[in-house]
Design a protein around this ligand. Structure first.
Ligand SMILES: Cc1cc2nc3c(=O)[nH]c(=O)nc-3n(C[C@H](O)[C@H](O)[C@H](O)COP(=O)(O)OP(=O)(O)OC[C@H]3O[C@@H](n4cnc5c(N)ncnc54)[C@H](O)[C@@H]3O)c2cc1C
Length: 335
């Protein structure tokens, strides 16, 4: 690997890789077909969620995710992140055991955390360290941070091909505006990653997975934490705005109105169905590609939660030549 990187994709994943690599001293070119954060990142619910009881490589990365965001907030003052904690209930029949950083709270405690609830559940999982991001704002801040460390940024520049030399080594990319050279090409192009990799004969088992984001007009202070139950993931994003990740607009609106007092006038403003990049086994695909020297992959789910952690670890691998144990379970060759 070399210090000379082209990062394809300025969603939250690629922006984080570009920022951390540039900060670590790499010569970085970041290229996107559209505007930074304009991919699926733009319509993310953007809960920064810790691992809880989950296991596997992504869960291990989630255990450091909030600390990595706190670090990033110190590096990039004004990063648009809020720390409200999360409350989760009703997703299992009986109260589960609490995971690290979590506690099981009773109805009286839930009522103090979410005072507008009509009927607080008998128990909920309270994760006080959880938070949420303005995903486009964080992406833009990462891109600005990358620029401040010398990165060249090319928005509105679709990558049309990956360039290789006669020996098969990656040497950069072709774009609509001409070639961009780099000894390493990082593919962080979300749902487009598999097709770009396929163009050089590399199979990346990651496909599009739909998810829907609803935006609502709502009274100020209706919801205080990140709420997760069988009906929705729900949070307040501005004094008069809620967002929800859920399935049906009618059911979600009815559920919000019946769950909270003072919600009778909550009004649906928009519905966005977007495709999330989803590796076949749900775990991140991050690392170099043996069959295409110079190619490095960064495609993973819950990329809002994981971007600061993964970006820092990828930069360590690409710039410092480290092999990060926390990425060991994320390699392409597991498939
Ligand atoms: C409703 C919903 C709720 C979600 N909730 C959460 C949550 O609570 N927490 C969480 O962590 N995650 C959540 N996610 C998932 C999260 O949003 C994604 O994991 C994350 O946004 C993926 O980021 P990315 O950078 O990989 O992809 P993208 O944001 O799609 O970025 C990829 C970029 O690559 C660019 N690109 C593609 N092809 C090319 C090309 N040929 N040339 C140049 N550029 C190219 C695109 O323009 C795009 O900007 C949610 C997603 C949805 C839809």
């Amino acid at each position: 690997m070399s210090n000379d990187l082209v990062v394809v994709g300025a969603g939250i994943a690629g922006a984080s890789v570009a920022y951390h690599a540039a900060r670590a001293g790499a010569v970085v070119t970041l290229v996107d077909a559209g505007r930074p954060g304009g991919g699926v990142t733009a319509d993310s619910f953007a809960w920064i969620g810790s691992a809880g009881l989950r296991t596997g490589p992504a869960a291990a990365l989630r255990t450091i995710a909030t600390d990595e965001y706190r670090r990033l907030e110190a590096e990039l003052p004004g990063l648009p992140v809020t720390w409200s904690g999360s409350l989760s209930w009703g997703t299992t029949d009986a109260a589960p055991e609490a995971g690290p950083g979590q506690e099981i709270v009773d109805a009286a405690t839930v009522a103090t955390l979410e005072p507008a609830l009509r009927q607080p559940p008998e128990w909920a999982v309270w994760t006080p360290g959880d938070g949420a991001a303005d995903p486009v704002g964080v992406t833009e801040r990462l891109v600005a941070g990358a620029r401040a460390h010398g990165a060249q940024v090319h928005p509105d520049t679709p990558v049309t091909a990956i360039r290789r030399d006669a020996a098969g080594r990656v040497t950069g990319v072709e774009t609509a505006a001409g070639p961009l050279s780099g000894a390493t090409v990082v593919l962080a192009a979300g749902v487009a990653t598999a097709a770009l990799a396929a163009s050089v004969g590399v199979r990346v088992p990651a496909g599009p997975s739909p998810a829907t984001l609803f935006r609502f007009r709502a009274p100020a202070g209706l919801v205080r934490t990140v709420v997760n139950n069988l009906d929705f993931d729900l949070r307040q994003v501005a004094a008069d705005r809620l967002i929800a990740a859920a399935d049906s607009p009618e059911r979600t609106l009815a559920a919000v109105r019946s769950t909270f007092r003072g919600a009778a006038n909550v009004e649906l403003l928009s519905t966005r169905v977007r495709q999330r990049p989803m590796p076949a086994d749900g775990e991140p695909i991050v690392g170099p590609v043996a069959q295409a020297p110079g190619l490095y992959l960064a495609v993973f789910h819950a990329a809002v939660t994981l971007a600061p952690a993964v970006g820092r670890l990828v930069a360590r691998e690409l710039v410092d030549g480290a092999v990060e144990p926390q990425l060991a379970g994320c390699r392409l060759d597991r498939f």
